[in-house]
Design a protein around this ligand. Structure first.
Ligand SMILES: *Cc1c(COP(=O)(O)O)cnc(C)c1O
Length: 403
């Protein structure tokens, strides 16, 4: 509880528009909850979502699946990853990225990040040279995009195919071009906490008709793939139709209906999230000892969370800071915790996972990194309270060791 007795629900999901509720109710009446049918019904919500999403990102193909984790798994297989292959991954990421690599039977190789929370190009070159890896799965983690033109150029030069994990960047762009359109494949999430809330769901986008064809077939299209929203030409489908296992990773029509109805709301949501983020960043940037990541002007973010570092704080002092904020009703999170907590996952927690990727420089950055989720619809009052709670907790928590 805050001093005025109000808990700030940072976990509140993006709301479901009334027309989506009505469309789902109608679906339930008709019972058409699966995207395919043998009797030639008109294209359902999943197919329409694929068309709309491909248009949004500006690429020819989109394949809807049941999660972003599934999209990344299919992207890796489509890009040609074989069991045992090294796959480079940004070390500031979430557990499903490691899961997608493990699912493909590949070996994760962690690439360090910079203090501005984006992948470190120098370490990328080093790890690529050391392992001979030909694939990179990069998370634009917590919405931090980095110089994607430069990253794409490095990957081109090194013969690396880049897959973008855009779970936190739906609606975001670099130099006017949407995230997800820089890599060979872009992967997005419709999970409840992301920018479009279908409960669960994901989608991959690509310009490569062979990757699209394989993703459609492996997602579980049976031989009804012509019903997909952006199916590649027959000749391409013929090449793959009898050579792809069916992994049953389809998106349900309910989830597709919910996602489709929210795509048009993305620009309004982006304005709302960024207004909250920018107001908080302006306030918190003035707090001594608190460091915000630097963001280049080419980055157009959609910031549904806020990160800052407390680089002079010991671990004990950060623990105190987190406890103080939570005692005031503000559920801040910390990437430095000893054990993985909630959705948070960091290199320290990966020692017993397959391939146990290591990233000490990233962990050192995450050890002082605090994370605040930002729900939609926070008014000035709530923004002021959040900034005040954080500022007070930064100033109030003296280090028991150093004082
Ligand atoms: C949520 C998330 C994913 C996975 O999304 P799911 O749809 O839950 O599989 C992947 N990467 C990041 C960075 C995420 O936050």
């Amino acid at each position: 509880m805050t001093s005025d007795g109000q808990h700030i629900d940072l976990g509140a999901p993006p709301p479901i528009p009334a027309e989506a509720q009505a469309a789902v109710a109608e679906l339930l009446v008709r019972g058409r909850l699966h995207r395919y049918g043998e009797s030639g019904a008109p294209p359902g919500a999943a197919a329409r979502l694929e068309r709309a999403f491909a248009r949004l990102i500006g690429v020819p193909y989109a394949v809807a699946v049941n999660s972003c984790g599934s999209a990344m798994y299919l992207a890796l297989l489509g890009a040609g990853v074989k069991p045992g292959d090294p796959v480079l991954m940004g070390a500031f990421t979430l557990a499903p990225v490691l899961g997608a690599i493990a699912n493909a039977g590949a070996r994760p190789v962690a690439v360090e990040i910079t203090a501005d929370l984006v992948i470190d190009p120098a370490d990328l070159e080093e790890k690529a040279a050391a392992t001979g890896a030909r694939h990179l799965l990069v998370s634009h983690m917590r919405g931090h995009v980095g110089d994607l033109d430069r990253l794409a150029a490095i990957c081109d030069r090194l013969g690396i195919s880049m897959i973008e994990d855009c779970a936190h960047t739906m609606g975001a762009s670099w130099a006017g071009r949407p995230t997800g359109s820089f890599g060979r494949v872009g992967c997005f999430s419709f999970q409840q906490a992301k920018h479009v809330n279908a409960g669960e769901g994901g989608i991959l986008v690509t310009r490569d008709p062979d990757i699209a064809a394989r993703a459609i077939l492996m997602s579980g299209s049976y031989m009804l793939y012509a019903q997909n929203g952006t199916c590649p030409p027959d000749a391409v489908m013929e090449r793959w139709r009898d050579r792809c296992p069916n992994f049953s990773l389809r998106l349900s029509e309910i989830a597709a209906t919910l996602a489709l109805a929210q795509l048009d709301a993305l620009p309004d949501r982006a304005r709302d999230w960024n207004a909250t983020h920018d107001a908080l960043a302006a306030r918190l940037g003035a707090v001594p000892g608190l460091h915000l990541p630097q963001r280049p002007p080419q980055e157009e973010y959609v910031q549904s969370s806020l990160q800052f570092r407390l680089p002079e704080f010991s671990r004990d002092r950060i623990r105190r800071f987190v406890a103080d904020c939570r005692a005031q009703g503000l559920h801040v999170k910390w990437f430095g915790a000893d054990r993985a907590e909630g959705y948070t996952s960091a290199p320290r927690h990966w020692g017993d996972l397959p391939g146990h990727p290591v990233a000490p420089a990233t962990q050192a950055i995450l050890d002082t990194l605090v994370d605040i989720r930002l729900p939609l619809g926070l008014n000035d009052n709530a923004r002021d309270r959040i900034a005040a709670i954080v500022a007070a907790a930064v100033q109030a928590a003296p280090d028991p060791v150093s004082t």
